[in-house]
Design a protein around this ligand. Sequence first.
Ligand code: 173
Length: 321
Amino acid sequence: MKKGPLLAALAVAAATAQAQAQSPEITARLVSAFPENQFYVKRTIDWIEKLNKEGQGTLQINFIGGPKAIPTFEVGNAVKTGVVDMGFSTGAFYTNVMPEADILKLSETSAAEQRKNGGYDLINKIWAEKANMRYLAKVVEFTPFHLYLNKKIDKPDLTGLKIRITPVYREFFQAMGASVMTTAPGEVYTALERGVIDGYGWPIHALFDLNWQEKTKYRVDPGFYNAEVSLIMNLDKYKALPAKARQYLDEQALAYEKQNDFWKSYNENEKKRQAEAGIQTISFDAATAKAYVERAKEIGWAAAIKSSPQYGPQLRKVLAH
Ligand code: 173
């Protein structure tokens, strides 16, 4: 017998209700610590759109916005306390939650290697214990930081210069004699425009997203450390996800992380773009360059271990070569 439309509709409604009772669709709210006009965020929004399309009935992510919704340095706390469910951030922005957050910049092993060598599990142990967070995936890596300047230097000496930092660069730049000022990315352009700072720390890429090339004369080579940007989630929310939603989220986050090779070619291109925009490079001779990078690393690990005597040494084993 052919079902009438009413019966068919009732059958669909009943099936839907049953599916929802078994495993309701979950919505997670995500904020970005980086400004919305940054390419990172656009990439993440693309990822969210795909996740939402394929995750209907299972999991949806609701992108709330960038620092206008929650200030850059507050995103970590918002995720920790569950004010939002998910964050898109770098660890340097939530050292106010735990000092360990900034240690991932010292990674020499890749995220893929850390999934195998116990690094990912250790990170999740620490993030759970100290920040009430799940570290889902690292989605920016293979990206050095650089010092950008508007005054010329001929050696690694920043005496008399005021440099914009985040915790990433603090100890290293101070050791070179800089006076430092912490700001969120969203405040750098104005600080440059007003001459409040003589330079800043920032990755090799993403200068153009915020128009800083207009106010930047020099990039100092070589770069140092390894920029880390990741997706984090409130641990209670993560644990409360139905198994299917959690598995789907883990898979999607891992698929995003697996695209990280993208940054290698992107970064080469960004270097060219900087040169074309008139940003000159200040390069040290080979011996000075080597000492510069080694010093950054030594100072970075000394600070990491001082800030976390408990986990600094354990992280070193899985992050450093
Ligand atoms: O300089 C910064 O704002 C910063 O710490 C950072 C970290 C990772 C990616 C981009 C910026």
